[in-house]
Every structure is written in structure tokens, then in C-alpha cells.
Design a protein around this ligand. Structure first.
Ligand code: AMP
Length: 285
């Protein structure tokens, strides 16, 4: 496995070299501190492409001023070991100064699907995500790129950006990987104390209840969201940022679920912000 730290030109040259060996290039952008969720994306890419490129970059542009950019967990050496084992061909680990000029002033802003949910509670977040992902797409020129449904809104924002800006890449969504007890894997789970970890189980539990309600025939979005809120309330270490039911591809408001929907939530467990979601209907459109 090739590892490139830094220089974007080195990355371009290395990808072009690999591409000459033929076949397609799959790309998995991450912020590192890898877990089985990330590795599920990597495995899918390795199985579908001759070449797989992974990036590890904690992107300062997508963090707000009072968020956890500095504290975000990092373990580059372990990450690279894991990727090597999975058969990744190239890992790119830039520093912020490798990707952003000191006077960087160009941004990618998606103004539809990024508005609500995390877009409302984290202003500037998706601008940061879109900007870095488009830059990485230009550098790697992948045929396919892999994103987790764990960050459901991010997946839809990237799909929209790629469609609107005619980026020649196929976006592949991958299902949420969970712990056995239901907690969605996240690099941020390391922040949780044991009692917070126990409280955090309410997220997946509430989504399971909502899904059961939907499966029993309930189609009223407010009732389903209400059932989730009910499950989350009462634990003082949980602060609900949002619980919303949206159209699964447009992320527009829904009163009655007559087409595939996503029930998405963001909850702070102590100081840790966690997100999770479940699809109600026929799955990711
Ligand atoms: P991150 O390092 O958090 O930016 O995540 C990198 C990619 O891994 C994103 O596309 C995430 O959606 C995906 N990912 C993170 N956690 C999970 C999970 N539990 N299941 C599936 N994909 C995930």
C-alpha cells in the first residue's frame, strides 16, 4: 500500500500510475480513527474496483468554531495498518495546509438538501464537506466513491452536488454498521463514558420502535417522530437536537409517509453529538 502525506501533486501522479494498470478506481473519503463502519465502505470498494484509494483528513472547514476539531480522535498509524490489511492500494493523509492555501476563498455550497437537519444545527458544515469532497474528487478522479448511510444527509448532499456539477463519479451508499447492542459505530463514540454509552442506546432503540410502528401501518410522520421523542425523553443526559421525518431523497418535509422516508435524529449525549437514522419504506432511493 502506498501512503502519501502531503503534496497533492504526488497524489495525482500516484493515482494516475495506478490507473494505468487498468480497471476502475474506488475512493473512500474518511476522517480516520477507523472502525468497522469505515471498513465496510473500504471492503465494498475493494470488491468492486481494481484500485481503492482512501483519504484520511480531519477537515477543519466542516467544523464550527465551538465544535470538536482539535479533540477529534486521531490514530494514523493504526488506520494505515487496518487499510493495508484490507488491500487498499493508496492512502492519502494530507494536513490542512496541503489542501488549503492560506488565502483559500472558493467554496462549494449546496442550497437544497443541506438546509435542514444537520445543516440547520451546524451552519457551514456542509459547505466544508462539499468543498473538501469536490477537491478530493478532482485529485483522485475516482470512478466510484463510497459513503455511509450513517451520515444520511451528507450522502444526499454529495449525490446532489455530483449531479448538479456534473462530476463524473458514481456515488455508492452503504448501510449503517452497528454494535451488537444497536449503537451506530462512530469515531465519536470514544468520547462516551460508560453511563453515557448506556444512555446512547436510546437512539437506536427509539428508531427501532419507530420502524416497528411504521411496519404496523402507521403513516403519520408526526406520530412516528413523537414515538421517538417519547423514548428519548426522561434521560437527563440526552439532549435532543432534532427528530425529523423527511422525504428520503429530497429531504423535504413530509406529513404522511406515502413514499420512502428517512427518520433522522441528532442527540447530544453529555457533550457528544451523535446522529442516527432509519429508512421507512423501500430503502435508499
Ligand atoms: P467519517 O470518518 O466520520 O467522516 O466517515 C467516513 C465515512 O464513513 C462516511 O461516508 C460515513 O458515513 C461512513 N461511516 C461512518 N460511520 C459509519 C457506520 N457506522 N456505518 C456505515 N458507514 C459509516
Amino acid at each position: 500500500m502506498l501512503r502519501i502525506d502531503g503534496n497533492v501533486e504526488k497524489l495525482r501522479r500516484a493515482v494516475r500510475g495506478l490507473r494505468q494498470e487498468g480497471g476502475t478506481v474506488g475512493f473512500v473519503p474518511t476522517m480516520g480513527y477507523l472502525h468497522e463502519g469505515h471498513l465496510s465502505l473500504v471492503r465494498k470498494s475493494v470488491s468492486e474496483n481494481q484500485t481503492t484509494v482512501v483519504s484520511i483528513f480531519v477537515n477543519p472547514l466542516q467544523f464550527g468554531p465551538n465544535e470538536d476539531y482539535e479533540a477529534y480522535p486521531r490514530d494514523l498509524e493504526k488506520d494505515c495498518m487496518l487499510l493495508e490489511k484490507e488491500g487498499v492500494d493508496l492512502v492519502y493523509c494530507p494536513k490542512p495546509e496541503d489542501l488549503y492555501h492560506p488565502d483559500h476563498s472558493t467554496y462549494v455550497v449546496e442550497e437544497g438538501v443541506s438546509r435542514d437537519l444537520c445543516g440547520a444545527s451546524r451552519p457551514g458544515h456542509f459547505r466544508g464537506v462539499c468543498t473538501v469532497v469536490l477537491k478530493l474528487f478532482h485529485l483522485v478522479e475516482p470512478d466510484r466513491a463510497y459513503f455511509g448511510e450513517k451520515d444520511y444527509q451528507q450522502l444526499q448532499v454529495i449525490r446532489r452536488m455530483v449531479r448538479d456539477l456534473n462530476v463524473p463519479v458514481e456515488i455508492r451508499g452503504c448501510p449503517i454498521v452497528r454494535e451488537q447492542d444497536g449503537l451506530a459505530l462512530s469515531s465519536r463514540n470514544v468520547y462516551l463514558s460508560p453511563p453515557e454509552r448506556a444512555s446512547a442506546l436510546a437512539l437506536s432503540r427509539s428508531l427501532k420502535k419507530a420502524k416497528a410502528l411504521y411496519d404496523s401501518g402507521e403513516r403519520d410522520a408526526a406520530k412516528i417522530a413523537g414515538c421517538v421523542r417519547e423514548e428519548l425523553k426522561g434521560d437527563p443526559s440526552l439532549y435532543v437536537e432534532y427528530v425529523e421525518v423527511k422525504d428520503a431523497s429530497e429531504l423535504s418535509a413530509l406529513k404522511t409517509i406515502e413514499r420512502p422516508a428517512v427518520l433522522a435524529l441528532a442527540v447530544r449525549v453529555g457533550k457528544t453529538r451523535l446522529i442516527d437514522n432509519v429508512i421507512l419504506g423501500e430503502g435508499n432511493p
